[in-house]
Design a protein around this ligand. Structure first.
Ligand code: ADP
Ligand code: ZN
Ligand code: MG
Length: 480
């Protein structure tokens, strides 16, 4: 019997607001331990939370981008549990009535199109951090840093619509791209700004009912997510094949051994005793506010990708690559607007520019080469003024100096000889001076052609357009 995996993800994304969700403390990552704290985020008695308006706007933005319905009224609740990094003894989160529900995200890779339902997007606060190493007494003590306590989050929960580890990783990566594109999240998984829990079960292929799931916590890279799911799917199938039953539990991914290990079972699961947060009124987001947020949204990656195909006739592959980030897509459009033919612009940006940026470890947003400069270079290639290899040389110089292509070409006397009569003069000269080679070619030893091309290029100081040299030389040799 063959088995089918079923996967649903729960993703936590920090909101890129300047301050925390219920107080005015900085929400920035880092800072000296316990320097971004106050009575509210330390949970001191009597301190009252006040909702950050910007956090709500960001959450609405994300909800809209994921195709969700934004609810006019949503409610904050207390999720009660004890943990040292949770000083209040409860986390404020949305439970029964979340901000947004019923969205959808489409996966684009592969032949068939697959849709992933978004169950809900809700607002909540993050907890602090327990630090188990790096301090003088770390062998005996756990240290607590509350800088993260009260940082605003959205939790995004998907329907159990994913059917492979690879699709789950692709979904997470697309979600990250959308959130970063919107400016809602910085996408930094090492710093924990974006975290993923994966729920997975298996069932006989074609079955309707869902199998018992396990939850794998805190997968902070696309690779870990994929590997953990692959391992977990195999583990569950093996259990069932051997006649056993999968138990519902929470597991952890151990990257060192490449396995998931049990953390707690359903029996040990928390009863969070949720109840509505008495210190916060229901959150009210009216239609006008949602409309204003919708109107201020940037064009989303999918729409932009389609427009790159429709408006600039770029291949879908190029359009997909060029809309990986908003900064990259902006760069492409600026280059095209500065006059570069779209496909040439695309080739240069995905080729030389990407290579060079990677080499110096700089993001496209901080590229030392302005789009109009690149367009200037592309224009010279288009006009046939410089050859492809000259262009690469000029590109390097532009990148290093910031000068225009025109200036560099002029200063180095790089202009390509493209003029037909000028090249014909050179060809005539070479044919006259190499009567032997010409005779050999005409006698059928066509290998001498390459030699003659070389001679013409040499006479031209390497600056003749090689395509034209080839054509004119062949014509002259065949003509006699
Ligand atoms: P819980 O009550 O354990 O939190 P939920 O029903 O809230 O479970 O679902 C949490 C996540 O688990 C969602 O992403 C959902 O799609 C996914 N999920 C639920 N049931 C299954 C299942 N049987 N197999 C795989 N994923 C599941
Ligand atoms: Zn605070
Ligand atoms: Mg749940």
């Amino acid at each position: 019997m063959s088995y089918e995996p079923v996967i649903g993800l729960e993703i936590h994304a920090h909101l890129l607001t300047a301050s925390k969700i219920f107080c005015g403390c900085s929400a920035a990552f880092g800072g000296g331990p316990n320097t971004h704290v106050c009575a509210v985020c330390l949970g001191l008695p009597g301190a009252l939370p006040v909702l950050n308006r910007a956090a709500v706007d960001f959450a609405v933005r994300a909800g809209l981008a994921l195709g969700c319905t934004i609810h006019e009224t949503s409610i904050f609740a207390r999720k009660n549990y004890f943990y040292p990094d949770l000083p209040k003894g409860y986390q404020i989160s949305q439970y029964e009535r979340p901000l947004a529900t019923s969205g959808v995200v489409e996966l684009s890779s592969g032949a068939e199109r697959r849709c992933v339902g978004i169950t809900r997007v809700h607002l909540e606060e993050d907890a602090g951090k327990s630090l188990h190493e790096g301090f003088p007494d770390s062998d005996r003590k756990t240290y607590l840093d509350y800088n993260r306590s009260g940082v605003g989050l959205i939790e995004i929960v998907t329907e159990p619509d994913l059917r492979s580890a690879a699709d789950a990783a692709e979904f997470f990566s697309r979600l990250r791209a959308i959130l970063v594109w919107l400016g809602v999240n910085d996408g930094n998984m090492e710093e924990g700004s974006l975290r993923c829990d994966a729920n997975v079960s298996v069932r006989p292929a074609g079955a309707d009912l869902l199998g018992t799931k396990a939850e794998v916590k805190n997968l902070n890279s696309f690779r870990f997510l994929q590997h953990a799911l692959e391992y977990e799917i195999d583990r569950q199938i093996d259990i069932i094949r051997e006649g056993g039953r999968v138990v519902q539990e929470t597991r952890l991914w151990d990257a060192n051994t490449g396995r998931t290990v049990s953390m707690r079972s359903k029996e040990q699961a928390h009863d969070y005793r949720y109840f509505p947060e008495p210190d916060l009124p229901p959150l009210f987001v009216d239609a006008a506010r949602v409309a204003a947020i919708r109107n201020a949204m940037p064009e989303l990656p999918d729409a932009r990708r389609r427009r790159f195909v429709d408006e600039y006739a770029l291949p879908d592959y190029d359009a997909g690559q060029l809309t990986q980030s908003r900064a990259l897509a902006d760069y492409v459009e600026a280059t095209i607007r500065a006059g570069a033919p779209p496909k040439l612009a695309s080739n240069w940006i995905m080729g030389e520019l990407a290579r060079k940026l990677k080499e110096i470890g700089v993001d496209i947003a901080a590229a030392p080469l302005e789009p109009d400069r690149l367009a200037g270079l592309v224009a010279l290639i288009e006009q046939g003024a410089i050859s492809g290899s000259m262009a690469k040389h000029v590109f390097e110089k532009m990148f290093a100096s910031g000068l225009t292509a025109q200036t560099i070409v002029k200063a180095e006397g790089l202009t390509q000889i493209d003029d037909e009569s000028a090249i014909l003069d050179l060809v005539d000269g070479i044919l006259t001076n190499n009567a032997d080679a010409v005779a050999q070619y005409r006698a059928g030893k066509t290998a001498t052609f390459g030699f003659l091309v070389g001679q013409v290029m040499k006479a031209a100081g390497g600056k003749a357009n090689p395509k034209r040299v080839n054509a004119l030389l062949r014509r002259a040799l065949e003509a006699r």
